[in-house]
Each structure stands twice: as C-alpha cells, then as structure tokens.
Design a binder for this molecule. Structure first.
Ligand SMILES: [Zn+2]
Length: 242
C-alpha cells in the first residue's frame, strides 16, 4: 500500500536516517498562514528551519516534503509523556488552514478524507497506537493552538484514529457551570497527566494554556481555560482509555 502524493521536498530535515521503530507518534498541525502558497514556500525554504513530512492542501492533495525515515522539523520544543522534542519519533502532518491568527477556517471535507487515508496508512505501517495520535497543541501547549477546536477529533475517532471520550454533550451541558473543589482540580490535573500532558511547574498562565489546549481537543464548544465539572468528567473518562 502506498499513498498518492505530489512531491515538493524540503531541505529542512535531519540527514541521518532513523530506525522505523523509533516512529511512534503522529502530530497534526495547521499551517496558520495567510495563504496556502506562502505556507508551502515557508516549509520548503532553506532559511525557515521548519518542515513537515506531509502537507494537505485545501483541495485534499497531499504533498510529501520529507521522507518518513528522516526527521522533519515540525514539533519544536515539545513534551508528551516521557518524551521531549518529539521530532525524532514522530511524523508531522501540516494541514492548510489560516489558523487563529488569520481567520480560522473549517477544515475542508477533502482535507479530512485525505487525512484519514494518510493516517491509516501510517498507523498500519508503523503500528502507531491510538493514544499516540496528537495535536501540536497537546505537546507544546504553551506556544501552540493548532490544529485547534475545529479539528474533527470525534469524527476521526469513529474512523479508529485517535482517542475520544464518547461523552454526549447534551447530557453534560447542565453541569458545566457547577463549581469544583480544589481537590477536584488536582484530580483533573492528575488525569490529564496520565493521558500524557506535561503538568509540572504550572503557574497560573501555564495552567490556563494547558486547560485551553485540553478543551481545544476534547471539549471543543467552550474554550475558556477554566476547569469545570464537564472537563473533570471528560478527563476522568479519558484517563481510563489512555
Ligand atoms: Zn504546528
């Protein structure tokens, strides 16, 4: 099995080949630039020092930029579980979208359908665990918001890509406003640490960003950075699935 892709190689990669066994994560991104052509240009520009393995255009076309067995430079400073700097053991996929800075768009149907095909291909090839399919904001929540709250994590989980909590929104909405205790806040932090988020040395600013990142992925209708009972229930459920 192979994937149909255009080629536009980036000079930004580590030249030492890696052992395929090292590849254990897939990281999704949005490009976050004014135009698609600018994003392609930047990711293939000698001076930018950034790249990805695959780029998915608005029309669904996939571009290969770095061959899988070389490390591409998509994650930057990042942490997940016990791993730091995830470039070395991940495949990075950039999805064209203006992002929060320039008018955040819905992902196109064609993009999502290509993303599913590509992800299935990679999951099979490298035996990637469901729990190791991540967004950039999961692993770099202090700096990053991508792929953001419009990314269809729930839909992808129906296609066996990534983990979802399956808690129905209707049932839980009522308790969103209920306050939770300090002990429950600590429980929430413990649950999401178990999932993989880096929860050490949290000051208020970092905590806000961490909670927003959690919400962008698992409670996409309300991103306010506040730990409420809905967040707690979702985190509790997830901690059993990861
Ligand atoms: Zn990113």
């Amino acid at each position: 099995m192979s994937i149909k892709a255009l080629q536009n190689y980036s000079p930004n990669f580590s030249t030492r080949r890696r052992n395929p066994k090292k590849i254990k994560y897939i990281v999704y991104h949005y490009t976050g630039m004014r135009s698609e052509s600018k994003a392609v240009k930047r990711l293939t520009d000698d001076n930018s020092n950034v790249s990805c393995h695959y780029f998915i255009k608005r029309n669904g076309q996939i571009i290969i930029m770095v061959p899988e067995l070389y490390e591409s430079w998509h994650a930057g400073k990042s942490k997940w579980k016990k791993d730091i700097s995830l470039n070395k053991n991940s495949i990075g996929i950039e999805i064209s979208n203006k992002g929060h800075g320039f008018g955040y768009q819905n992902y196109s149907r064609k993009q999502i359908s290509s993303l599913i095909k590509l992800s299935r291909y990679l999951i099979k090839k490298y035996k990637i665990k469901k729990s190791n399919i991540l967004g950039h904001s999961d692993i770099a929540f202090e700096r990053k918001k991508d792929p953001g709250e419009k990314f269809p994590w729930s839909y992808l989980s129906n296609k066996k890509i990534g983990i979802w909590h399956n808690i129905e929104e209707k049932k839980i909405k009522k308790i969103r406003k209920k306050k939770i205790s300090n002990i429950e806040i600590l429980k929430f932090i413990r649950h999401i640490n178990k999932i993989g988020y880096f929860t050490k040395n949290l000051n208020n600013n970092k905590k806000l960003k961490l909670v927003k990142s959690f919400q962008r992925r698992y409670r996409q209708k309300l991103i306010n950075g506040k730990i409420d009972r809905e967040c707690l229930i979702i985190a509790e459920k997830l901690s059993k699935l990861y």
